[in-house]
Design a protein around this ligand. Structure first.
Ligand code: FE2
Ligand code: FE2
Length: 275
């Protein structure tokens, strides 16, 4: 069984290139994913009109199911009253019922988690309750499990260490116990894919950590233009599922093109291994 997921992140509506929206929409229509995951920083400042722009984009791709989590930019920054008393008002208005959810797509289960908080400006964390909810879920051993939240579990540059999920060590232990296969995030606008064993050597079962870049925003970093990840999961062999992550970068002709392909397979004892 083949499942294709498009992982988009950090569009920052309100600080985005309008012309890239069309390029991204046509890529999605060409690639026909079974699910589109959007891992936060949907807007630049959590303003009503920015959520309306995001909603328009999502509606253009309404033929696909969506899994969406908020980022630190999706809760008000300057309006302290709104931040404290209704931080997710517009998110909930636009993406009804999507704040934290388990989304099954055939034998793949996607858990969306909210790593933002009204009490933190930039940094992200998950509560013990949030991560334990995943462990409690009884799934078949052969299923593939994906956890998605805005703040990343790994990064390629030391300057971004401060942006990693605060309680990542504790979270990683729980994810391994729960058999989470793939952990998706965004936030640093620097696309990166790695096995968990490098950053978390004490956790025996390896997961794949995949951080998507910014798909639409002009807040790009050196060597990382607008991009997204395409995740192809093949569960035909139930004992050894395979997973391929392809990074698509925006080129000067204003089209997204595949530039990097990384393949993995799962060994029931060790977790994920690079092909
Ligand atoms: Fe961002
Ligand atoms: Fe962010």
């Amino acid at each position: 069984m083949k499942i294709r997921i498009a992982h988009l992140s950090d569009p920052h509506f309100g600080a985005n290139y309008p012309e890239v929206v069309n390029a991204l929409t046509s890529s999605m229509k060409d690639l026909k994913p079974s699910l589109i995951i959007l891992s936060g920083d949907i807007t630049q400042r959590a303003r009503c009109e920015q959520f309306v722009a995001a909603e328009k984009f999502v509606q253009q791709l309404a033929e696909f199911p969506w899994a969406i989590v908020p980022g630190n930019h999706d809760i008000p920054l300057f309006n302290i009253f709104a931040r404290l008393f209704y931080p997710y008002k517009y998110f909930k208005n636009v993406f009804k019922g999507l704040l934290e959810k388990e989304i099954p797509v055939k034998s793949v289960h996607v858990f969306t988690l909210n790593s933002t908080s009204r009490f933190r400006h930039v940094q992200g964390a998950l509560s013990a309750k949030q991560i334990k909810k995943i462990v409690a879920d009884p799934l078949a051993e052969t299923d593939v499990r994906i956890a998605c939240f805005h703040h990343p579990m790994d990064c390629p540059k030391t300057v971004d260490e401060k942006n990693l999920l605060r309680n990542r060590d504790e979270a990683m232990q729980v994810f391994a116990k729960a058999g989470i296969d793939l952990i998706l995030g965004g936030h640093i606008h620097d696309p990166y894919v790695n096995l968990s064993g490098e950053r978390y050597p004490n956790v025996k079962r390896q997961s794949i950590i995949s951080v998507a870049g910014t798909c639409l925003s002009w807040r790009t970093r050196a060597g990382a233009p607008n991009s997204f990840h395409l995740i192809d999961i093949d569960t035909a062999d139930k004992k050894i599922p395979r997973l391929v992550i392809t990074r698509y970068d925006l080129q000067s002709n204003k089209q997204f093109t595949p530039i990097l392909v990384q393949s993995f397979f799962r060994d029931l004892a060790q977790g994920w291994i690079k092909n």
